[in-house]
Design a protein around this ligand. Sequence first.
Ligand code: ZN
Length: 262
Amino acid sequence: MPLNVEIKDYSKKEFVKPKYFVWSPGKQIIRILDIDLIPVSCYWFGANIRAIGWDDPQSQQNKRIKLENPDNYRNVRGYKSPSDRYFVNVLDRTPVKMCPNCEMEVKAVNGTFPAICPHCNEGIVSKITAKPLNKVRVLQTGKTLVDQFKTIDAKILKEDGTRVGAENFDIILHVVGTGNQRVSVAEETENFEELEVPPEDLYDTSKMAILVSEAELEQLMRGVSLRDLFAARRGSETVEKPLKESNINAEEIQKKVDELFA
Ligand SMILES: [Zn+2]
């Protein structure tokens, strides 16, 4: 019998790059596809970085800052509170126009479609007819919105008093604002249409948010940019200019980080 030796090739990509739900002000229509909505504790370093544990370097630094500045620790440089992020598979049913250039979905902004694709700034979409996207996307959100999903889930009942299940009807998201200023209100609909989404279309949401080592987290805390961190991982010599954060919103940064993984 030959030895059965399994060698893992870490240069091969095992991770399927997720397609994120495109938030756009106005009305969005989704169907929730996941039953288990599990929070991931993250620190924000221009993108969501998975907290490593209660004792990770950032958490230790937070404790130190809190001890020294009990009254205003939140405003002290270097303090970063972890926040619970949720990554939820949804079927995005919002009417969109597909960009002929970059093949990204173009959404209306408060009911009006742009003439040019905002993702590539090249594709002309003014003559294209809008159709429901009907594709799986990862909705990245926080506690406020998933709390609303929970309320809707408990509220909508069948005649016999049992729950219909928030995953069995369309939900409208009324989105106001963009980036950090974005607020979304979820509203149930009576579209109970049965949908068949193949399980292989779902993304592995357990792998969302960026996983770094303790040493890498310490580097981020010292101000090393994510871009430089990934460049170092690849052993790349060329370190590109850091991301300009000022006029880029959270999704755009996440998108750029995803591109780095590509
Ligand atoms: Zn485009």
